[in-house]
Ligand binder design. Structure first.
Ligand code: IPD
Ligand code: CA
Ligand code: CA
Length: 258
């Protein structure tokens, strides 16, 4: 059963995070100066892929460190073995395994597990979102000025109009709390759980958001690209909110005065 495989694979990856966290492990650099990959990322990815390939050898897999395993299948597993690798490498307990499952190009299930904080988020299309098996819902705030937001910044500076720094500055100058946790998957789950009212980021990859965006939608929130269109994890821009502040935050991200 797909759900069972998703949960097993997430647990298997998370066991590797727990095993290596705060221990010693090899750290290497990808492109950019602080874009890290650790021994734990590779171990977690291997453990996750073993579970999925054992249960469903003919499914398509897209995983951050290994790339694509192309199969002619309606199912595609999208894996981030550790989201929040810089946190992980520094012993900061905000990191997770994130796995989304697509069927015919639509996200049908997602799991995000932070084993250090013991928080397991799960969502299934049409069946809601849960944290440690308890139903979660987005917040009820209606104005950006009264909201608590979260964002992330790319590893290399993105020089564009209304770039990450400009939007951040605009919000901060008005006194809006904008946090930076360092894990897009956890940012999304925390919007789903109502801890944050909104999240935006300018440069994400499919594996960062695949599971988390379904979590927000299934918790009653809204997720779009920067044009306000239905979100696709195959483009970089993401705004996820409780729904009520969505249009206002979308305007701010696109340069509106605030
Ligand atoms: C990163 C995190 C971070 C986001 C970066 C991502 P990684 O993923 O999600 O919050 O700001 O854009 O690349 O490298 O830790 O898997
Ligand atoms: Ca990531
Ligand atoms: Ca990663």
């Amino acid at each position: 059963m797909l759900k069972n495989t998703l949960l097993k694979a997430t647990e298997a990856g998370a066991a590797e995070l727990k095993r290596f966290f705060n221990g010693s492990f090899v750290i290497s650099n990808k492109e950019g100066i602080n874009n890290l990959v650790t021994e734990a990322d590779h171990a977690a990815e291997k453990a996750i892929m073993q579970v999925i390939q054992n249960d469903y050898p003919d499914h398509f897999i897209l995983s951050e460190e290994s790339g694509e395993i192309i199969q002619d299948s309606t199912y595609k597993w999208i894996i981030d073995p550790i989201d929040g690798t810089v946190n992980f490498a520094n012993g900061i307990p905000i990191c997770c395994v994130s796995i989304g499952l697509e069927q015919d190009g639509k996200m049908i299930m997602g799991a995000v597990y932070n084993p250090i904080m013991n928080e397991f988020f799960f969502a299934q299309k049409g069946f809601g979102a849960t944290l440690n098996n308890q139903k979660i819902e987005v917040s009820k705030k209606t104005e950006v000025i009264k909201s608590c937001l979260v964002t992330g910044f790319p590893y290399t500076y993105l020089d564009a109009p209304n770039g990450p720094i400009q939007v951040f500055e605009k919000l901060i100058r008005k006194g809006v709390p904008v946090r930076r946790l360092g894990s897009a998957a956890i940012d999304l789950c925390w919007v789903a759980a109502g801890r944050f009212d909104g999240f935006y980021e300018h440069n994400l990859q499919a594996w960062d958001s695949a599971a988390g965006f379904l979590m927000v939608e299934e918790a009653g929130g809204k997720v779009t690209d920067f044009n306000g269109y239905a979100y696709s994890p195959y483009q970089p821009h993401l705004i996820a909110t409780n729904g009520k502040i969505h249009d206002e935050l979308l305007g701010i991200v696109n340069g509106a005065n605030f």
